[in-house]
Design a protein around this ligand. Structure first.
Ligand code: KIV
Ligand code: ZN
Length: 498
């Protein structure tokens, strides 16, 4: 009989802290419903006191999903806890996640305090949160660098105060896997009352060890893991959900099981990548484009004879249905509907028809329409609500020609035109846009990516623009990479004009 490991997904909280990856409430609901389908036990829906947007998202997600527990983050501060409790009012199962930094660095520099005072604040926060909910999770921020003896005192005290789960975050991604595992073991062996709570891992990937640390935590007694889809998260990200789920599935001898329906992994990964405009690296374990692509002749020969020669898991186990990934201009509504279903997107017939018309236009321009293209088409209506839209673009460029661009922007229904020269077609087009918008903007990051193969592919552009001291992230996708670049630039503009 396997032991159960609880999956706590923080894509919508820690994952969403990535600059430029913010989702609106409708998008968060879409992700939360997909997480429910995937089978996660807990969805961390936000940090309600941090903004009205987060507060409202926790409410909306609480209403939208049924069986996962909805969790809201707080500091060890009464007003945060009051706010989280209010945001969780509609959740069928609810949890408050409160906590405070416990490493000497946090105690001294962040709080200017003492170990005793921090311990008291931790206990007070847990007791206060228990007045609202039965499930209280306590996080000891920077536990990875916290002295084990003191950490054990804190964990013991918060369990006594009513914490049902205690989270041991390696906030800075510093721990070696063996040390993180030993920390969990130490707590399992030295905390009185440890059987009354579940220990949780929460590892960051700064040194590329998040999944290894998480696994060590589990092997040493943790029974909840905090993870994100695609390992998305601040800096180098968090432990990736799909890696933990598939490690435990491939290594059944460990005797630890999750509730994850692994066949929903691929759809969830594509949805999060597309909505958050965060490309998945090609060689990312489990969900990267190359994760199951054997290119060497020896491997291909072996896999064709017997997949088990080089494959430790079947692509179908993670929901990659290779035969039907590619659609062409001859594909009908039913094939498109099937792909959208596989990708976790449900649309009514009218919306399906709109997407289908867009799909046909794209399929005319490129032979094969991939899942990434479909996700882009399905999300295209997001751009329709933007105040600034690209209405017209013409660019002249080439060897020995000074590039020049003419642009017409539709701003809240009114048309504005401009032309400009530049040192290349993108530079010319962006100068033309800037001459209409007349705001100081600095382009900080600009990447163009062709997702698949072939010169007819859709170019996907990610941009970061600085305006008034803040960074805004934009995305554009088009078979014309100059148009994609201008769309990404305009996406940034729409964000700071909100
Ligand atoms: O990394 C961390 O310490 C966190 C806590 C707020 C749980 O995200
Ligand atoms: Zn974190």
């Amino acid at each position: 009989m396997s032991e159960r490991l609880y999956i706590f997904d923080t894509t919508l909280r820690d994952g969403e802290q990535v600059p430029g990856c913010q989702l609106n409430t409708v998008e968060k609901i879409q992700v939360a419903r997909q997480l429910e389908k995937l089978g996660v036990d807990v969805i961390e829906a936000g940090f309600p006191v941090s903004s009205p947007g987060d507060f409202n998202s926790v409410i909306a997600i609480s209403k939208a999903v049924t069986w996962p527990t909805i969790c809201a983050l707080t500091r060890a501060v009464q007003k945060d806890i009051d706010c989280a409790a209010e945001a969780l009012q509609y959740a069928k199962h609810k949890r408050i996640h409160t906590g405070i930094g416990t490493s000497d660095a946090h105690i001294k520099y962040k709080f200017g305090s003492t170990r005793e005072d921090i311990l008291e604040r931790a206990v007070a926060a847990v007791k206060y949160a228990r007045r609202y909910v039965d499930e209280v999770e306590f996080y000891a921020e920077d536990a990875g660098r916290t002295d084990n003896e003191y950490l054990a005192r804190v964990v013991e005290a918060v369990i006594k105060a009513g914490a049902t789960v205690v989270n041991i975050p390696d906030t800075t991604g510093y721990c070696l896997p063996a040390d993180y595992g030993a920390k969990i073991r130490y707590l399992m062996e030295h905390v009185d009352g440890i059987d009354k709570a579940i220990l949780s891992t929460h590892c960051h990937n700064d040194l590329g060890m998040a999944t290894a640390c998480t696994l060590e935590g589990v092997l040493n007694g943790a029974r909840q893991v905090e993870v994100t889809v695609n390992g998305i998260g601040e800096r180098a990200g968090n432990t990736s959900l799909e890696e933990m789920a598939m490690i435990l599935r491939c290594h059944r001898e460990l005797g630890i099981d999750t509730n994850i329906n692994t066949t929903c992994i691929y759809a969830t990964s594509r949805m999060v990548s597309s909505l958050m405009n965060m490309p998945v690296q090609a060689n990312k374990a489990i969900v990267g484009r190359n994760a199951f692509a054997h290119s060497s002749g020896i491997h291909q020969d072996g896999v064709l004879k017997n997949a088990g020669t080089y494959e430790i898991m079947n692509p179908k186990d993670v929901g990659i249905d290779e035969g039907s990934i590619i659609l062409t201009a001859r594909s009908g509504h039913a094939a498109l509907r099937h792909r959208l279903d596989v990708l976790g997107i449900s649309v009514d017939d009218a919306r399906l028809d709109e997407i289908y018309q867009e799909f046909l236009r794209l399929a005319d321009r490129k032979k094969e329409v991939t899942d990434d293209d479909i996700l882009m088409l399905a999300g295209a209506d997001r751009a329709m609500s933007h105040a600034v839209k690209l209405d017209y673009l013409q660019v002249t460029s080439g060897l020995g020609v000074r590039p020049v661009a003419a642009v017409i922007l539709d701003i809240a229904g009114e048309k504005f035109d401009a032309a400009a020269e530049g040192n290349g077609p993108v530079d010319a087009a962006i100068r033309a846009v800037k001459s209409i918008i007349k705001r100081k903007m600095t382009l900080k990051e600009f990447t163009i990516q062709a997702i698949n193969k072939g010169s007819d592919d859709v170019g996907k552009v990610h941009m970061q623009v600085e305006h008034d001291g803040a960074l805004y992230y934009g995305f554009g996708a088009n078979t014309d990479i100059v148009a994609a670049s201008v769309e990404a630039y305009i996406d940034c503009i729409n964000k700071f004009r909100k």
